[in-house]
Design a protein around this ligand. Sequence first.
Ligand code: GLC
Length: 426
Amino acid sequence: MITGVFLLLWTAVTIGCMQSGEGTDRAQTVVVFKHGKLSGDGRVLSDLLRDFERDHQGVIIREELLPADSDRQHQYYAMNLDGGKAPFDLLGIDTIWAQEFAKAGWIAPLDGFMTPAEQEEFLPGPIEAATFSGRLYAVPWYVDAGVLYYRRDLLDRHGLEPPRTWLELAHIAKAVLEAEQNSALTGFVWQGKQYEGLMCVTLEVLRSNGTDLWSGDRDRAVYGLRFLRETIATHRITPLSTSMADEESTRWMFGEGRALFMRNWPYAWSLLQREGSPVRGKVGVVPLPAFPGFASAPVLGGWMLAMPNSSTHQEVVGELIRFLTSSDAQRKVAVELGYNPVRRALYADESLLELRPFLKDLYPILLAARPRPVTPYYLLISQAVQPEISAVVVGRKSPDEALDAIRRRADQIMGEQISTAELDRS
Ligand code: GLC
């Protein structure tokens, strides 16, 4: 009996040590890595983590997956980081959260792990998004920018070129749908569900009309919102189901050969081109269209790695972040998963470009991509205005009314936050 109790105690103490990493060596360090599900083969990242474990005797990395949806991940992180005892040591964050998480004191500065000279090796946009009050709080992991996918075979068949303006896109889609007489084919799919993806699409349309959602020329903003609705209601090139569509559902639809055009992130490219894909070899990618007189305005997206302040394994986590953002790891993820590197030099690396020629076309688009407002209050604003845009998409509100509400809400939030910040300072 006594031996039994002793054994039980011994086991409990040993497991306790293993979990808290307080063993005599790193053999007992368990690092919990929480991140959204990546598309494609999950083994690519797991293999990298096993490589890291092999080089770091006894460190165990436990991957815990969240759904891919950015807003749902944000909700999980906000709940678990607030309170200072996050049940994970490393997390994948959307580029738009770094400011908020840093300001809240949820994530630790990482400049100790990455010197300013090393930061220079990364694309500038994501580094700016990860820097708060002069310190780096996250390291870019992969980068995104909105692009237009099109069915090259169908445009060729009708002697058409990919569109440069949004109205051209509508005309081409109508002409091809009319000529094809294929009831399974639709014209243009985009992310219209009420979530962050809809914010990206809306910003791209409005900014490519020389304005913005919360500021800038009002009439051009209303026109942009109206265009989104009209793709569904007037031009009838976009199915009604788009008001519930996200990246993956549009990728499925386009991937099954059921759409002529699709707005999406670059990750879709390698999935559309893989063996067995019904549209393999039939797809092209170009910059997103603009309105006449304005330039294409892709939104900058992407994900970063960050460490909760509460992690008790800061050294190992810092090393892991360096490893996952190293040239070798970035190359592997680019080749095998189609995620875009954050290191500039890789876009000039011939051996990588040979395997992924797509990166060459993408590079100028990534450099031109514009961030969403880099402020700790971005999510507050985004979540307040998403329902207004969604109401336009489904035809419940006029673009005029919605834009007024959007600008009112954004001003109100910024006003409230600025006065809170003033109170904080006084
Ligand atoms: C992609 C982008 C991310 C964006 C999200 C919206 O994951 O990388 O930045 O917020 O899509 O759905």
